[in-house]
Design a protein. Structure first.
Length: 141
């Protein structure tokens, strides 16, 4: 039952989801290359630590996670099995929680510069602006 597709995908839809997955992975790679020596697998301070708000970081604050999430959901939409959809949802939750941990760390390390960046750039979903009144002065995004 968990391996049976919930819907059938056409070949055209399948190839579209392959393209979306590739776009998501390319976005991850672009972000990783753009971050350069400031990237690390864990949450840690790097020499020259600063707000990076150009390239993919001008679109979302966590583009590596955004690209991975996009690729996972495209794969889940094509495969359409409950177990693949569940994995995509769990990994999305993991990336969102890790992004919140990073947000807290970056706010502590970079202060007002990071707060300004947070106000300008959405966390994970491009073009999704926060309502100005809903989060000012509150914890993480």
């Amino acid at each position: 039952m968990m391996h049976q597709p919930l819907w059938q995908s056409s070949a055209g839809f399948g190839w579209t989801m392959v393209a979306v997955t590739v776009i998501g992975l390319a976005f991850c790679w672009w972000a990783r290359l753009h971050l350069g020596s400031l990237w690390s697998a864990g949450v840690s301070r790097k020499e020259g630590h600063r707000v990076v708000d150009t390239g993919p970081y001008g679109i979302v604050r966590h583009p590596i996670y955004s690209g991975a999430i996009l690729g996972m959901f495209a794969t889940a939409a094509f495969r359409a099995t409950p177990n693949v959809i569940a994995v995509a949802l769990l990994l999305t939750l993991f990336f969102a929680l890790k992004a919140l941990v990073e947000e807290r760390f970056l706010r502590e390390e970079l202060g007002d510069a990071y707060d300004q960046y947070r106000r300008r750039v959405p966390m994970l979903v491009p073009f999704l602006k926060r309502r100005a009144s809903s989060r000012q002065g509150h914890g993480d995004s």
